[in-house]
Write a protein that binds this ligand. Structure first.
Ligand SMILES: CC(C)(COP(=O)(O)OP(=O)(O)OC[C@H]1O[C@@H](n2cnc3c(N)ncnc32)[C@H](O)[C@@H]1OP(=O)(O)O)[C@@H](O)C(=O)NCCC(=O)NCCS
Length: 176
């Protein structure tokens, strides 16, 4: 997992979340909401719900990923991804990636995405998908930096742009 030095001296660490992180993840989402993201539809409503969510992802480590970026003991960034078996067993959906406003443009989003891509490749995933609100141009640019391509989904909501990243083969195949 990458470490990122930001603001000169402060170091941010990206790591997988554990259930004990739930109270500070809950505070993170409270802060994010207060910062006002027009397309932010909320997340876990309580520390208990956060804890349950993280535990679920840890019970299926090849299927779901929850990452946090920390500065000191504060959570300042979050990412979660989960497999959508009903669509494609080798695809995972990036459901949320965000960084606290004052910590943006310092490479933390990049560090979260780099960890996601490492995990996706080592889990043998073939595709990552994401849906971004049409008005969220910054996030669309952000995904394109990681080679996500826009795709058209029949029947997809007109409010969201759908993105797809094709990964090069699975680890299992490469090892053969
Ligand atoms: C999208 C988001 C997660 C990006 O996080 P971030 O930490 O700002 O991302 P990065 O710092 O890695 O990159 C952002 C920009 O900073 C630049 N940057 C990267 N490292 C940098 C550094 N050390 N110093 C200055 N700038 C840097 C990048 O080039 C990039 O520029 P761009 O806007 O021209 O692409 C963040 O903007 C966010 O939380 N947005 C709101 C939530 C959201 O919309 N989420 C949906 C995403 S699908």
């Amino acid at each position: 997992m990458p470490c990122q030095t930001i603001s000169g001296e402060r170091t941010s660490l990206v790591r997988k979340a554990v259930p004990e992180d739930a109270p500070k993840v809950n505070i993170y989402f409270g802060n994010l909401k207060a910062e006002g993201l027009p397309w932010f539809s909320g997340f876990a409503e309580s520390a208990e719900a956060c804890s349950e969510f993280i535990e679920r992802s840890l019970r299926a480590p090849d299927r779901s990923l929850v990452l946090i970026a920390e500065v000191g003991t504060d959570v300042v960034g979050f990412l979660n991804c989960r497999r959508l078996d009903f669509m494609c067993p080798s695809a995972s959906d990036l459901q949320h990636v965000s960084v606290r406003r004052i910590y943006r443009n310092k490479g933390l989003g990049d560090a979260l995405m780099t960890s996601l891509l490492e995990w996706a490749r080592s889990s043998g995933l073939r595709e990552l998908t994401a849906a971004v609100h049409v008005k969220n141009q910054g996030a669309q640019r952000f995904l394109c930096r990681f080679k996500f391509k826009k795709e058209t989904l029949p029947g997809g909501s007109p409010d969201y742009r759908h993105f797809l990243l094709e990964l090069n083969g699975s680890v299992a195949e490469e090892a053969v």
